[in-house]
Design a protein around this ligand. Structure first.
Ligand SMILES: Cc1cc2nc3c(=O)[nH]c(=O)nc-3n(C[C@H](O)[C@H](O)[C@H](O)COP(=O)(O)OP(=O)(O)OC[C@H]3O[C@@H](n4cnc5c(N)ncnc54)[C@H](O)[C@@H]3O)c2cc1C
Length: 252
């Protein structure tokens, strides 16, 4: 047995073995895994495939998706059967609160995926415009949440706590997007202190409560309100654009 290596992994449970597998995939070679018993004889032995389908956040969902895809290809890659069955799972909700919670987190996960796409793909004023549209499509699709937003937040502590934290994170994401577009010369510098934070605050309140307002004033929401929403957001953003930004805006 080797007496030294660049990386020594202690424990051959799912964590250790997975680490070894992924490091090797990334080109690492000088690695030793030490297991005191048999591989996967610890708590991993008890776990049903380590592939739960319960999704608490978009990032965790990506880890789950990676695991599921990995198990599917392992047999082809190694020639060893893993016994994996991609059977999915059912999640039972016993109370309305559980359904609300599950649907709220589903919505957050969908929104996270749109945010991530926006930041990782080539960001521009046009993609920001598409982003606004996709985002409102989701708000519209999950309108049962927004039309009852205050009640949901007052009656569901888990959702309310998460939402308050989420707003802080969304503000950071918004400022990050604006900074990137400022670097492209599309958005102007701030003329007043914290101008963009305050812009975020207005857009957030508008987005979360727009449908409630329409419901109260017009007695119902329809597809046309998607267009109204998008136009109103575009108008809100326009004063912050530079000359270059306004030219891009005109070509959108
Ligand atoms: C009954 C039960 C059911 C579960 N069901 C699920 C499930 O359905 N889905 C799910 O996702 N999770 C499930 N879990 C949780 C999951 O099994 C664990 O979170 C996971 O297996 C932990 O993996 P690990 O690699 O960190 O630890 P382990 O699998 O415990 O691996 C640690 C390894 O390190 C070795 N070791 C320890 N000390 C040393 C040392 N000093 N030198 C060398 N080797 C050492 C041990 O022998 C062991 O093999 C379940 C857990 C239990 C107990």
């Amino acid at each position: 047995m080797k007496s030294q290596a660049k990386v020594v992994i202690v424990g051959g449970g799912i964590m250790g073995v997975s680490l070894l597998y992924h490091l090797t995939k990334e080109g690492w070679t000088d690695i030793v895994l030490v297991e005191k018993g048999e591989l996967t004889s610890g708590s991993t032995w008890h776990a049903a495939g380590q592939c739960p389908h319960m999704i608490g956040s978009y990032n965790l969902a990506k880890v789950h998706l990676h695991s599921t895809n990995l198990y599917k290809q392992l047999e082809k890659e190694t020639g060893q059967a893993t016994g994996f069955h991609d059977c999915g799972s059912l999640r039972l909700a016993y109370k309305k609160e559980d359904i609300d919670t599950a649907l709220y987190f589903e919505l957050v996960a969908c929104m996270d995926s749109i945010h991530e796409k926006l930041i990782t793909e080539a960001l521009s004023l046009a993609t920001l415009g598409n982003f606004t549209e996709y985002l409102f499509d989701l708000i519209f699709e999950y309108r049962f949440i927004f039309l009852d937003f205050v009640h949901l937040m007052k009656s569901n502590k888990k959702v309310a706590t998460h939402y308050k934290e989420l707003l802080k994170f969304r503000k950071l994401q918004f400022i990050q997007i604006i900074e990137m577009l400022k670097m492209q010369g599309v958005f102007r510098e701030e003329a007043l202190p914290d101008e963009y934070e305050k812009l975020y605050g207005r857009i957030q309140v508008y987005s979360d409560f727009y449908l409630s307002s329409v419901e109260i004033i017009e007695g119902g929401v329809t597809e046309i309100h998607k267009t109204h929403y998008k136009t109103n957001i575009q108008y809100a953003i326009y004063p912050y654009l530079t000359e270059k930004g306004r030219t891009e805006f005109a070509n959108m």
